[in-house]
Design a protein around this ligand. Structure first.
Ligand code: C2E
Ligand code: CA
Ligand code: CA
Length: 567
């Protein structure tokens, strides 16, 4: 991987400032290191930003200027997806303006009159460096094994296609490999990887002749978003992909299955892929047909979902939702020390059996019913903290998940307060996890609400960090207490240890933000040791424990208490 600084490119800096004297001073400080261009007000500044958007490394922006002020420039940058990644340092003489500028998305500020040259230089250099790291992390948009997009980016792009090309009619395709785990088991992982790459090649060939994008969503699931074609054409698409695999597997006979959701107006990409996946799962294990197009028959699945929605109310009353707990360990302690745990919900349905959150959380998130589940889970978690405190004399903070919609619910804060009061807890004991992608839309509003929650004393953990789209500008104004690194970074380590670089970049950004990192999905001792050496603070994953029901988790606490006593 090449970093632009390693190519010795001189960085381009735009100074937007109405006072000539200030432009001159900044020029003198920066000209040895950087290429500089100048604008004397915000309007000219915006023009120059648009002209140079691909070369600009950073903008130094005065706030008070004629014609268009710096606040307006920040606003316009923030509203433009192409420009919002460019880091901005605000030049300001007033303390009060700093906060507002940071809230509007500036990365940092330099006070006027200017500090010593070295201070100005160091700030500019540091912000450019951090912003480049952020970009590098985002280059994780491609799955290292197949070169296709990763899940988060794929859906982001799919949404953009719909937004910017509303006239394009797009189909959703989901492809899986039948019994892929046994392919891995019997023919070896290396062969399994080859199969995945071969299939990705086939998909790329298909996309050469049509407009579309593709992703390896996870393991052996591939999603394609492409221009609409006749249902009858999909038979051919299926056959050509399958024949790719036949070339390499005469004896093993690897089959793919495929589900298609043809274009329909007003259905979002994520809903389309939900349906394509339903279609794909319908043909699982079938020995007749391995391809299915989502059509009227598939109302069945929608009926299944309808069933879950109907059953929800009663399920809560009947206490069918069970909360599991997964520990987070401080790995810098020796031996690693239990610090807190995450509450994760499961649905023990009397007729449908154990349903995992992946099957119902997205469904309930889409239709707004999620708060019923979450309110219940938070209440159980809060009671559980109190119970362990009273019974074992052990105060274990728990974190709970907050869905995006709940954050904007005005009843959120009073409800949380009520739970704390009922159980005689403080805000330090119930922590809140908010997924990074929630921060991407409505960022300003969200920042305000999260800020409120933090003022109340709640600690906010940014979940799945690295899967969303937040820029360094956004990150530095985002109120958070902990970064939870997305599991994919640990999974990528299994592909290639070189991917550890990504993890180091994240740890570095966390250091800049002055927050600790929780690494999720850690399964092996080797991964744990790497993270420990890199000074990662906390680890959550199967290596320490799977999510456990309360009774089993209690045994874990008791064991930990004994370890403590023996120390
Ligand atoms: P999440 O918040 O990112 O939670 C972590 C998920 O990773 C959990 O899956 C956990 O069981 C799994 N996991 C933990 N360690 C490992 C590991 O070492 N290897 C692997 N392969 N997986 C590991 P789970 O419990 O199936 O939950 C899935 C998602 O559902 C969660 O992702 C979260 O987004 C959502 N969720 C779970 N419970 C709740 C809830 O009460 N409310 C809301 N809104 N969402 C929830
Ligand atoms: Ca979580
Ligand atoms: Ca997570």
């Amino acid at each position: 991987m090449i970093q632009s600084s390693e190519l010795n490119r001189r960085h381009l800096v735009l100074v937007v400032e109405d006072q000539e004297i200030n432009r001159d001073i900044l020029g003198m400080i920066l000209e040895d290191e950087y290429d500089l261009i100048y604008a004397e007000n915000g309007a000219i500044g915006m023009e120059m930003i648009r002209e140079n958007k691909d070369q600009l490394s950073i903008i130094l922006l005065d706030l008070i200027m004629p014609v268009m002020d710096g606040f307006e420039v920040l606003r316009q940058l923030h509203d433009d997806t192409e420009l919002r990644e460019i880091p901005v340092i605000v030049l300001t003489a007033e303390k009060e303006a700093e906060l507002k500028a940071l809230q509007l998305g500036a990365s940092d500020f330099i006070t006027k009159p200017f500090d010593m040259d070295q201070v100005v230089l160091a700030r500019v250099e540091r912000i450019i460096e951090l912003s480049e790291r952020r970009q590098l992390i985002r280059s994780a948009e491609r799955d290292p094994l197949t070169g296709l997009y990763t899940k988060g980016f794929f859906f982001e792009y799919a949404d953009q296609i719909v937004k910017f090309h509303p006239d394009w009619k797009m189909d959703a395709i989901v492809i899986n490999i039948e019994r892929f785990h046994s392919v891995n088991e019997y023919s070896g992982r290396e062969f399994g990887d080859k199969v995945l790459r071969k299939l990705a090649d086939g998909i790329r060939e298909f996309l050469k002749d049509t407009t579309g994008i593709a992703s390896r969503i996870e393991a052996d699931r591939f999603d394609i978003f492409c221009l609409h074609r006749d249902s009858s054409d999909y038979r051919e698409v299926y056959d050509s992909l399958q024949s790719k695999l036949d070339e390499m597997s005469e004896k093993t006979n690897i089959r793919i299955r495929m589900g298609v959701k043809p274009y329909r107006d007003g259905v979002t990409p994520s809903e389309m892929f939900d349906r394509a996946r339903v279609a794909c799962n319908m043909v699982r294990g079938s020995n007749k047909d391995h391809m299915m197009i989502f059509d009227e028959d598939m109302r069945q699945m929608e009926m299944f979902q309808q069933r879950l929605m109907n059953d929800l109310g009663w399920a809560i009353e009947d206490k069918q939702f069970v909360v599991y707990y997964q520990p987070k360990y401080d790995i810098q302690a020796e031996p690693p020390k239990l610090k807190s745990a995450e509450a994760l919900v499961r649905w023990k349905h009397p007729e449908l059996g154990m349903i995992s959150p992946g099957d119902f959380i997205p469904l309930f998130e889409n239709n707004g019913m999620i708060s019923q589940v979450d309110n219940y889970v938070w209440a159980v978690a809060a009671r559980q903290i109190a119970e362990w405190r009273d019974k074992l004399g052990y105060l274990l903070p728990l974190s709970v998940n907050l869905s995006r919609a709940e954050i904007f619910d005005p009843k959120l804060e009073p409800y949380l307060e009520e739970l704390l009061e009922e159980n005689d807890l403080s805000t330090k004991e119930l922590k809140l996890e908010v997924t990074e992608s929630a921060y991407t839309d409505n960022a300003m509003e969200l920042i305000d609400i999260i800020g409120e929650l933090r003022k109340m004393g709640f600690e906010i953990e940014m979940d799945d960090f690295g899967s969303g789209y937040s820029s360094l500008n956004m990150l530095s104004s985002m109120p958070i207490d902990v970064l939870k690194m997305d599991m994919k970074f640990i999974r990528n380590l299994e592909e290639d240890i070189k991917n550890f670089r990504m993890i180091e970049l994240i740890l570095d950004i966390a250091k800049f933000l002055e927050v600790p990192v929780v690494a999720e999905g850690v399964e092996t001792e080797e991964q744990m040791k790497l993270l420990k050496d890199a000074k990662c603070a906390l680890v959550q994953g199967y290596y320490f424990s799977r999510p456990l029901p309360a009774e089993e988790f209690e045994a874990l606490i008791i064991k930990e208490m004994n370890i403590d006593r023996n120390h």
